[in-house]
Write a protein that binds this ligand. Sequence first.
Ligand SMILES: CC(C)(COP(=O)(O)OP(=O)(O)OC[C@H]1O[C@@H](n2cnc3c(N)ncnc32)[C@H](O)[C@@H]1OP(=O)(O)O)[C@@H](O)C(=O)NCCC(=O)NCCS
Ligand SMILES: [Zn+2]
Length: 206
Amino acid sequence: MTEVELWWGRIGQVRDEFAPDLDPVELGRLTAYVRAADKARFLLGCTIVRRVLAARFSLPAASIRLDRTCPECGKPHGKVRAEGVELSVTHSGDLVGVAVSDRPVGLDVEKVDPDLDVDGLARISLSAAETASLPRDGSRALAFTTAWTRKEAVVKATGDGLRTDLRTITGPPAGFQLLDLTTDPGYVGALAIQSVEPPVLRTFRF
Ligand SMILES: CC(C)(COP(=O)(O)OP(=O)(O)OC[C@H]1O[C@@H](n2cnc3c(N)ncnc32)[C@H](O)[C@@H]1OP(=O)(O)O)[C@@H](O)C(=O)NCCC(=O)NCCS
Ligand SMILES: [Zn+2]
């Protein structure tokens, strides 16, 4: 059986006392964020990962070793990795999500922006058929963002990230499952996981 734990937090939960559990690499990134909302989203993502793994491995949150090395350039902005578990982190608006499993997993959430430049983004991210099937009414941004989160979930599960031409991702790759997620009103989400069977999701509020 393929199982995934999904943890959702909201930036209103952020507390100053979270920061001391971060490692020097994370503290460096935290300090570098200029906007308070970016800081809060990053801090909450780090904290959810650390506290969930701390409970799982019966260790203090600060002692969880995380590797964020980007395989492209070596900077610490890549997929977050920990020994013995597969992870995916996502942030948008007030929401932060973390997926934990024993197989490669990708999680993406996006706040739906009704004023999104759908045509511009569709040109770089959707196939011609996907663009043609977008509704022309008020649900256009929602439909586009749903398609976007599915693609992001896939490239986050494979670890390829935005190196991949999103126009070529029109469904789950062979051996992967792709699911839409319902989160908060005004947000859409998707999860991709390397599995031959649909995963069993266990969803928690952080
Ligand atoms: C990862 C990515 C697909 C998600 O972007 P997004 O929708 O803007 O942001 P999300 O909040 O959903 O996801 C961010 C999280 O994805 C994770 N992530 C970063 N790179 C990743 C990758 N290649 N694969 C999977 N997950 C990745 C990180 O954990 C990050 O969380 P963090 O801020 O705590 O470090 C996109 O930012 C990306 O591809 N970035 C890399 C682009 C690139 O190749 N840059 C050149 C590097 S040298
Ligand atoms: Zn890089």
